[in-house]
Structure formats: C-alpha cells, structure tokens
Design a protein. Structure first.
Length: 271
C-alpha cells in the first residue's frame, strides 16, 4: 500500500475522476494516478492528497486541471495511415456523392479527443488537398486537456514532432520557425479547438465524420456506451465513425454499422 495514496484515497479519487470524466483507473494504472497527484499536490502547496481532494470538490477549475493531468496525450501526424487511406479513397468519395444529391456543399468533422492537434491538422491537410472546388469543410477539435488544446490552437510543433508529414504538405501548410514549424493560417482557420468532456453532450449536430481514436480504451463499458450514443446523436444520417485500431464496438448495443473497407475498418450511420 502506498503511503502517499492509500486505498481509501485511491477509491475516492478514482470514483470522482470516473464520475466527472468516464476515465477509469484500476490497480494496474494506479501508479499513473499517484504520480500525477504528487505533482498536483506539490503545485497546490498542500500537505496531503486528502487536502487536495477537499480543494477539487469545491473548485471546478482545479478539477479540470487534475483531469487534464491524468489524461494521456499520445499522438502524431498521420497516425495509422490506413485510416486516412480509407478517408481519401472511400469515405470522402461516398460523402461527395451523397451531398451532391442533397445540394450540401460542406463537410463537417469532429476530432474528439484531439490531444495536441496533430489529428485535426492531418485531416485538414488531406481535405484541402482532395476536396473539389466549391466544397468546404469545418473541423471541430475537442479535448479534456486544456494544455493540449493550447498547443493545438498555437499550431507550433518542434522539428521532432513533424514526422509523417510529406515534404509537399510541409511546404504548403507550414512555415519554418527556428526549431520547429508553425501551421499556416490557411489551415488553422479551418479548425475550431474547444474544451469538451465526453461525459457531457457536445452540442454538435449533423457531423459527417467523427474521429475518436484511442480514447474509449480509458472508459469502462458503461462510459463507452454513453459516449458512442452521444456520437450517434451528433452525427448526420449518412456519416462515418473512426475509433482506434485496438478499439471495437463489437458486443456493444449500438446502432452503428460495422464497415470493412479495403483500407481500414470503420463504422457508419445510415438512416
């Protein structure tokens, strides 16, 4: 048993974090929670995790900071290229046919759990490249981590973070700045970064494509089901859902249809 985070405190914290975010902590990842709490307790200038708990149950902003601290923000540009191949070669062509019949000239995307912005910027580069003239797009990029959102909004990435971007895209969409690259406004202006806790409704409607990759793995079954249902409600009647390659909706009571394309497995909503 940890002297810093005893069993009673661990139960209190993981119950609160689950209630507020859907993120589940088990004994297997208890050490992650403990290490993040050590940092927060020190920065809050309190003596114990119990003292810090008394702060976060009264201070909603500090609770947001803690939820930010316990999330894992692992991402990169063009992560899992098969997903983007499916986007280019299947999803977008299908959507364009559907939208042409409706006279709809805008594609709406949601990057849920966008972390530091590499995913929505990747999508934006692709759409800028492949969409025909006269078709526009908007991307909503959301995350529970305020720190990550600020990086995304700023749009500056060190040299070590731009792997995966082709030389053509790097020249077209980025400006070299000292030890890194800054996203050009042309691309940045297509994305709106905003805070969102997946335990709550997003307020979004008629989204054509939703990316929520490697987020559901942090939720238990009940929280996963609730999040997926909220995605369904936010999506249009002809739309596509991307989740992580290690994630699945199999066994879940959901209305989404499994779709195996030549490039990747995704889900779709067809009504």
């Amino acid at each position: 048993m940890s002297e810093f985070l005893n069993d009673t405190d661990f139960e209190k914290y993981r119950s609160l974090i689950y209630k507020e975010s859907g993120i589940t902590f088990s004994e297997n990842n208890r050490s992650i929670l403990e290490s993040r709490l050590r940092e927060r307790v020190k920065l809050a200038s309190v003596a114990t995790v119990e003292d810090y708990y008394n702060i976060i149950i009264k201070d909603g902003e500090e609770l947001k900071v803690l939820l930010d601290a316990v999330t894992t923000n692992l991402t990169r540009f063009f992560r899992n290229t098969a997903h983007f191949d499916a986007l280019i070669k299947y999803v977008i062509p299908e959507l364009l046919i559907y939208k042409a019949a409706k006279g709809d000239k805008e594609i709406r995307l949601w990057s849920a759990g966008c972390s530091t912005g590499e995913e929505p910027y990747t999508i934006a580069m692709i759409l800028k490249d492949i969409l025909p003239i006269g078709i526009s797009f908007k991307i909503m990029a959301s995350d529970i981590s305020l720190k990550s959102l600020m990086i995304g909004k700023e749009g500056f990435y060190p040299d070590t973070r731009i792997q995966g971007i082709s030389p053509e895209y790097l020249t077209r969409f980025f400006e070299k700045k000292n030890s890194g690259y800054r996203v050009k406004d042309e691309l940045k202006n297509t994305i709106r970064f905003d805070y969102h806790n997946m335990k709550n409704d997003s307020g979004l409607h008629n989204q054509d494509i939703v990316f929520c990759r490697n987020v559901l793995i942090y939720f238990d079954e009940a929280a996963q089901k609730a999040a997926v249902d909220r995605f369904w409600n936010a999506m249009s009647n002809h739309s596509y859902l991307y989740i992580g390659h290690s994630e699945s909706l199999f066994g879940m009571d959901t209305k989404f249809e499994f779709l195996k394309t030549e490039w990747a497995c995704i889900y779709r909503k067809f009504l």
